[in-house]
Design a protein around this ligand. Structure first.
Ligand code: JHZ
Length: 428
């Protein structure tokens, strides 16, 4: 018999039969009536940066968003095959100091609050380049990463992180618990929104989590997305946009309990969830009740809220294009800062290409030398900004505004200006 790790690796080696499928029923409650309220158009998945010679082979997929009135889940209407999006993944967690510090902090807090003993198992789903798990090493725990990106396996390994190349599922959870035992801590940072089958995902959490274990999940919060019009965080990888209400439904289905929740500022406003095997059925802690009230109050369970959001998105597009056209007509040079996935949504949706943004600077070496998906703007290392001194830099990675502005004081001193787009369009 082959060892379990080989069996796991072979699970994602199947041929892709359908590149995209339409999700007809709500991915949480199964209702057949999710209503579409926004179409951002058809574009390549935003982390698939082509080389100049691959431009003719780009695949475009629709980006349409629906709301399920029955359970409150906001979700994509189409699902691109996960192998297309995640098998060769260009985004690395370690690209931002903000993210590194955030995860170091979370590892420290987790180990202390949950009294994680040496040798306990800590599993990170969507472990990427191993940044998060590397911060658990000093607690002498056993760490295991699960991530479908084949290209990042060795990067994580070089940090001493054992890694399984797979999409998380109940099947994987069973294999892992047989080989490594149950996990005291499971984490999924910016991952649950990516899960194609939420039932299978939470069933897997139920299977792998030890009796007194904790599952910690973080992802952008729908309240922030709607209130700050962060429409560019809607993309093919993110299949669900969560509020608390639909989440409780799926947790209850698998006898899991949300015992803690906290709003955190990362990525334009996220939530951190603390989940365990159910002990207090139907007794939500105060912060959970407060968020449910907030969601109700701002209309997250009404279709009209999303129709209004869609109108604001169109308006933001017009306003941004007006500003950029006016700057170009004055002969100003504009570039982009941060070739973020969200940036690619903004560029494709607004139809902004190299005629407007001469280039984009980005810190991830694998993005440099490539062009942006769909819009074909060349990407260079960050140092080009100061060498070239364009008059304006459109901050595409607006979620890291503090970090980026902080390290570009010289550009500002020499007269360079940043254009911010979230929460509103503003020149700094
Ligand atoms: P960043 C990613 O989306 C992918 P993206 C993922 N799907 C997800 O869910 C969200 O995060 C949350 C660059 N940069 O993190 C690096 C600089 O150049 O906003 C990145 O290319 N200089 C998992 O891609 C980009 O900006 C800098 O100083 O939208 C930021 O991408 C910093 C800080 C970043 O996420």
């Amino acid at each position: 018999m082959r060892p379990p790790s080989l069996i796991i690796n072979s699970l994602i080696m199947k041929k892709i039969e359908k590149e995209i499928i339409e999700q007809k029923n709500c991915r949480i409650c199964g209702s057949s009536k999710p209503k579409m309220f926004l179409s951002l158009g058809s574009m390549p998945p935003p982390n698939m940066f082509p080389q100049k010679e691959q431009l003719k082979n780009e695949s475009f997929y629709p980006l349409d968003v629906s709301f399920c009135k029955n359970c409150g889940l906001v979700q994509l209407k189409h699902v691109v095959h996960p192998d297309i999006m995640f098998r060769d993944y260009i985004y690395v967690t370690s690209a931002s100091q903000t993210m590194i510090k955030h995860l170091a902090n979370l590892a420290e807090k987790t180990a202390k609050r949950f009294k994680v003993q040496p040798n306990s198992l800590v599993v990170d789903i969507g472990s990427n380049d191993g940044t998060f798990l590397s911060h658990f090493k000093k607690f002498k725990v056993r760490t295991l990463g699960i991530d479908p990106a084949e290209n990042l396996k060795d990067v994580a390994k070089s940090k001493g992180i054992e890694n399984i190349v797979a999409l998380f599922s109940n099947r994987i959870a069973n294999l892992v618990s047989r080989k490594y035992g149950k996990a005291k801590v499971i984490t999924a940072i910016n991952v649950v929104a990516h899960a194609g089958n939420l039932d299978d995902f939470f069933k897997g959490i139920k299977t792998l989590l030890s009796e007194n274990g904790v599952f910690i999940a973080e992802f952008p919060y729908l309240v922030d997305l709607v209130e700050k019009d962060e429409f560019d965080t809607i993309y093919h990888e993110h299949l669900s946009y969560f509020s608390i209400k639909p989440l409780l439904l799926i947790l209850e289905k698998y006898n899991l309990e949300l015992f803690g929740v906290k709003r955190i500022p990362i990525h334009g406003g996220s939530i951190r969830l603390l989940i365990r095997h159910s002990r207090n059925k139907q007794k939500y802690p105060h912060p959970v009740k407060e968020l449910l009230n907030l969601e109700e109050k701002i209309g997250l369970y009404n279709l009209d809220t999303y129709r209004n959001f869609a109108e604001r998105v169109e308006k933001k597009k017009e306003d941004l294009l007006k500003l950029l056209r006016s700057l170009k007509s004055q002969g100003k040079k504009i570039v982009g800062y941060g070739a973020a996935a969200k940036g690619n949504i903004l560029l494709n949706f607004c139809g902004i290409g190299p005629e407007t943004l001469s280039y984009i600077v980005d810190s991830i070496p694998a993005k440099q030398g490539k062009v942006t998906p769909g819009t074909h703007i060349p990407i260079y290392p960050e140092k080009k900004l100061l060498e070239d001194m364009p008059e304006y830099a459109l901050l595409l990675a607006w979620n890291f505004a503090d970090e980026i502005l902080g390290k570009n004081t010289q550009y500002k001193k020499q007269g360079g200006k940043f254009i911010l787009i979230v929460p509103e369009i503003k020149i700094l």
